[in-house]
Ligand binder design. Structure first.
Ligand code: CO
Ligand code: CO
Ligand code: CO
Length: 306
């Protein structure tokens, strides 16, 4: 085992020989949208993401599906079809899976991917002098909460749903041509939580620039209105004493940084000399990609927000 419990990466890695290691990961969650087919796509994109974040390509996936006794067949079919189509888009194969009865539906995948043992990316090798690139806008937790209360418009709804359903495949493929020092995907701990894991694991301080964050439409307005999911408060409680925040940072941006993301983007730590070239190549296909911060030698705080 190369990467296991001792680091905070989301997947395990097992080296088979000098040329190949397997990445093994599992992720599932309750519905974030009403439409079964979209939910299936989002849950699958989220589960596949940990393989891309570790520098690998997904090969094989198994469904894990929990559902109430009375859930109709069409809904089940929709969820599984969404997962199936995303796994195909990732050029991987779904080879069965497991279902069980549960009051609340939950769906996700266990995924096996391949990576060359020399090219494994972890979240614990970030280096002072790196810049940090984020490949998807933030605010999905806040906007999913607002969506349930009918507070966002149809256009925003479409934007966040397609963002959550988007694979991190192209971001990975482009990043894979560069010498990247560390990578992780942004999910439940929010951009601050995952940055903290990267900083603590790497023994560096990460400085994030609140005004550079790519944001989904209406995310800032909803945060200002106090539409904040419970998970954001949990993230804040955990991180509060580990983060130094400049007083000029608007509160709603800080809330967005604590916001748990569903199927978020990759956070890429790469030497400054390569960062701008990677960013411009990413922007060709992923226009929302941005440099959101820099990596500094270890200071009193793991995270600085300014
Ligand atoms: Co995960
Ligand atoms: Co992850
Ligand atoms: Co079984």
């Amino acid at each position: 085992m190369l990467v296991g419990f001792e680091s905070s990466d989301d997947a395990a890695i097992y080296r088979i020989d000098h040329n190949i290691a397997i990445i093994h990961t599992l992720d599932l969650f309750p519905p974030v949208v009403d439409e079964p087919y979209l939910y299936g796509q989002i849950a699958a994109a989220n589960a596949l993401s940990d393989v891309y974040a570790m520098g690998g390509t997904p090969k094989l996936a198994l469904n894990i599906l929990c559902y109430p006794e009375d859930l109709d067949k069409e809904t089940l079919k929709g969820i599984l079809q969404g997962g199936y189509d995303k796994v195909r888009e990732a050029n991987a194969v779904i080879a069965g899976g497991h279902t069980l009865k549960d009051n609340e539906p939950k769906y996700g995948l266990s995924v096996v991917g391949f990576v060359h043992p020399d090219h494994i990316l972890t979240n614990s090798n970030s280096k002072a002098g790196d810049l940090l690139i984020l490949t998807k806008p933030l605010g999905t937790g806040i906007l999913n909460t607002a969506m349930k209360a009918n507070l966002i418009n149809a256009e925003t709804e479409n934007v966040i749903i397609s963002s959550m359903a988007q694979l991190n495949k192209r971001a990975y493929e482009i990043m894979n041509n560069y010498k990247v020092n560390a990578c992780t995907d942004i999910t439940g701990f929010g951009v601050l939580g995952h940055s903290y894991e990267m900083a603590a694991g790497s023994g560096v301080t990460i400085s994030l620039n609140a005004n550079s964050l790519p944001l989904h439409p209406q995310a800032r307005d909803m945060a200002k209105m106090g539409i904040i999911p419970a998970g954001a408060y949990a993230n804040r409680n955990f991180l509060d004493n580990k983060v130094k925040v400049d007083p000029s940072v608007p509160l709603e941006l800080l809330d967005i940084m604590y916001d748990p993301q569903t199927s978020g983007g990759l956070l890429i730590s790469i030497a400054e000399k390569d960062a701008y070239k990677l960013l411009s190549e990413l922007k060709g296909e992923i226009p929302c990609a941005e440099i959101i911060g820099e990596v500094l030698p270890l200071d009193n705080y793991s995270i600085i927000v300014k």
